[in-house]
Every structure is written in structure tokens, then in C-alpha cells.
Design a binder for this molecule. Structure first.
Ligand code: SAH
Ligand code: SF4
Length: 374
């Protein structure tokens, strides 16, 4: 059987090399060729013995995922739609900024959590991505961008798991993928610059803290269980009190000294001044009344027809942010990027699952806002 080497973290690749009867350090050379040089052909690997290259050709491959489309926005944002087979597609988005380049990537085709305001959630769950499929999004984007910019230095400085899917419901594949991102022989990203965003899979927040503590963003969206049960169905299993306790525990391991709370602004649903005041109380009650160290990121809702929801008007968002800020909670409002290319939450990919003509669907696409993070 041929192994796709994108599926391995360095430890896994070392094991694979041992199986081939090779010394473990060969894995480091191979890993660097793949992730630092973007190699997909063993013949490029000039410092590996020809005999090893021949052996690798029969036993392994370096296989990305096919790109269905690539769209570039006037503001420099680039979105790729990848074909993961059987009518499923996932997306990744590159967001250039003055001081960093952020890649937003997907962890699943579809999502089982089924949040009311999320188009991926409305599509339902198709399948978990493999480690190789998660890593391939970064591998493709990084080496495409280097080639485009004519540079050999790193272009992507931050990765956020904020594309399609719930990363903590695909932990087994996520963990080695995070290790590839962090590895100095891989992408060498710092833990503070890799963010896992979750709707609140409490036991897995603890696992992440133990196994690979990176920056954590938690999608809160509501200050009470009654409202959150309705917006994020997973709340019925892991209610707010448990979720916030898990966040407090995570802080003991986190590379940053705060948790980012994401809050999608839905007109008349969760955007009233009363909700902001309840949020202040909620986070202040944490850690035995000491409060939880956090920042809020308000996301203007990105509407889609089946949701029956609307984006909060800008004055409501500003009032909401002011209440939080005045209570001492650092709050930002997410910028809109990539509007002209639909650089957001799984809508185009969902269309592929419908098996309708992509070109036809793209012509119908709506204006979508793109998520950026700090
Ligand atoms: N499943 C994870 C990560 C992917 S979603 C999570 O829920 O955190 C990434 C972020 O986009 C989440 O904060 C999510 O709530 C938000 N989001 C989803 N659909 C959205 C929409 N239609 N408009 C604005 N934000 C949305
Ligand atoms: Fe899944 Fe996140 Fe969308 Fe909720 S917001 S349905 S958890 S991808």
C-alpha cells in the first residue's frame, strides 16, 4: 500500500522510515523537503540516496487535494475550494495583513453540531478530514503563495481552525496536523499563532490542553443556556457553566493568557444591551468570582437564506461592544474581508455537495463576510 506522507507528523514519519528499514533521522530530511520546500516528487530530494528515493517511489507518495477553484479578492484575500471526493468540498482562505498572513482551514466536510446561524451546520455532517487533508490545505497554500511571491521565506504566519467543521470532534486527525504546523522542521509556527476554534466540546478542550495547547477560541454566541441551547445545540450536552470551567482550566496551559470568545451578532436574537450585560456577569462569575481572562470578538452574522436570521445593524453591534469594553472586557469587531469572492463559511462548498454545477452556483453567490482573527 502507498502511504501519503502528508498524513504523518514527524514522529509518524520516523516510524514509517523505520518500517522501510531506514534510520529515523531520514524522516527529518524528508519532512523538511515536504513541508519547508513543498516537494511532491522524491526525485527533487537531492540529498537522499537514490536507492532510498526509489524505495520511496514504490511505497509512498506526497499527495495534496485537488483544487476545484481559487478566487482572489481585490483586498488580497484568496480562497481555495478543495475536492475531498464523493461530492464533498472544503475550503481554506488566506487573509494577508500588514504584519501577518493568516490561513483559515477546515477540519471536516460538513459539521454535526448544526448551529442555527452556520451554513456548514445546515449542510449536515459528511465526514472527518484526515490529517493529510487538513495539512494539505496549508501545504498547498504556503507553497502556492511562496511561488507567487517569488520568495523562499514563510508567508503564512498564523493558522486558524475556523473553516468548515468542528475541529474538536475530529481530534485524532487534528492532533498530528497541529504538530506538523508547530514542528520546527515543518511550518515552525508558534503555539500562539495556531488557533483552534470550538463550539465547546468540553472533554476535548481538556485533551487539547494536555496534548497540544495552542491558542483557543470558543464560539459563545449567547449569555444564557436557554438561548445557547437554541443556537448551538451542543450546549445541551455541555452547558455554559461547564464550558467556562473548561476555559478556566485551559488557561493554565494556554500559550496566551486569555481565551477568545467569538460572538456572532444576530439581529434581535442575541444582540441586545441586556445580552451584553448578562455576558459581563457570566465571565465575571468565573474562577470563584475572579473572572476569566478573555477577549471578545464580535462577528457580524454572514446571512444565508435557510437560516431565517439577519445580521445585527451596525449601531447595535457598536453599542454591544461599548458595554463589554466599558466593563473592562477587551472587545473587537471582526473586519469584513474578501467580500467580492465569498470568502467565508462553507457556502460554496455546500453547493458542491448539492452536486449542482459549480459555475452556475458561483454565479448566484452571495456577499459573504470573512472571519479574521487577532
Ligand atoms: N466549529 C468551530 C470552528 C468553525 S466555525 C466553531 O464553531 O468554533 C468558525 C467561526 O465562524 C465560529 O465562531 C462560528 O460561530 C462562526 N460562524 C459560523 N457561521 C457563521 C455565519 N454565518 N456568520 C458569522 N460567523 C459564523
Ligand atoms: Fe459546526 Fe462551528 Fe458551524 Fe457550529 S459554527 S455548525 S460547530 S462549523
Amino acid at each position: 500500500m502507498t502511504a501519503n506522507l502528508l498524513e504523518f507528523d514527524l514522529e509518524g514519519l520516523s516510524g514509517f522510515c523505520e518500517e522501510l528499514g531506514e534510520r529515523r533521522f531520514r524522516a527529518t530530511q524528508l519532512f523538511r523537503w515536504i513541508h519547508q520546500r513543498g516537494a511532491s516528487d522524491f526525485d527533487q530530494m537531492s540529498d537522499l540516496a537514490r536507492s532510498l528515493r526509489e524505495k520511496l517511489k514504490t511505497r509512498a507518495c506526497i499527495q495534496g487535494i485537488p483544487v476545484i477553484s481559487q478566487h482572489e479578492s481585490a483586498d488580497g484575500t484568496i480562497k481555495w475550494l478543495f475536492d475531498v471526493g464523493h461530492g464533498d468540498a472544503v475550503e481554506a482562505v488566506f487573509i494577508p495583513e500588514d504584519d501577518r498572513g493568516t490561513l483559515c482551514i477546515s477540519s471536516q466536510a460538513g459539521c454535526a453540531v448544526g448551529c442555527r446561524f452556520c451554513s456548514t451546520g445546515h449542510q449536515g455532517f459528511s465526514r472527518n478530514l484526515t490529517t493529510g487533508e487538513i495539512v494539505a490545505q496549508l501545504w498547498h497554500a504556503e507553497h502556492f503563495l511562496r511561488c507567487r511571491m517569488g520568495t523562499e521565506s514563510r508567508v503564512i504566519s498564523n493558522v486558524v481552525m475556523m473553516g468548515m467543521g468542528e475541529p474538536l470532534q475530529n481530534f485524532a486527525a487534528l492532533l498530528p496536523a497541529l504538530r506538523v504546523m508547530l514542528d520546527d522542521h515543518g511550518y515552525g509556527l508558534s503555539r500562539r499563532r495556531v488557533t483552534v476554534s470550538t463550539s465547546g466540546v468540553v472533554p476535548m478542550i481538556d485533551r487539547l490542553a494536555q496534548d497540544c495547547p495552542v491558542a483557543l477560541a470558543v464560539s459563545l454566541h449567547a449569555p444564557t443556556d436557554a438561548l445557547r441551547d437554541n443556537l448551538v445545540p451542543l450546549n445541551r450536552k455541555y452547558p455554559l457553566a461547564e464550558l467556562l470551567e473548561a476555559c478556566s482550566r485551559y488557561l493554565a496551559h494556554a500559550p496566551r493568557d486569555f481565551i477568545t470568545f467569538e460572538y456572532c451578532m444576530l439581529d434581535g436574537v442575541n444582540d441586545q444591551p441586556e445580552h451584553a450585560k448578562q455576558l459581563v456577569d457570566l465571565v465575571r462569575q468565573q474562577a470563584g468570582g475572579k473572572g476569566i481572562r478573555c477577549k471578545f470578538n464580535l462577528i457580524p452574522f454572514n446571512p444565508f437564506p435557510q437560516s431565517g436570521l439577519l445580521r445585527s445593524p451596525q449601531p447595535s453591534i457598536l453599542t454591544f461592544a461599548r458595554i463589554l469594553n466599558e466593563a473592562g472586557l477587551v472587545t473587537t469587531i471582526r473586519k469584513t474581508r474578501g467580500d467580492d469572492i465569498d470568502a467565508a463559511c462553507g457556502q460554496l462548498a455546500g453547493d458542491v455537495r448539492d452536486r449542482t454545477g459549480i459555475a452556475e452556483r458561483m454565479a448566484q453567490r452571495r456577499t459573504i463576510m470573512l472571519k479574521t482573527v487577532q
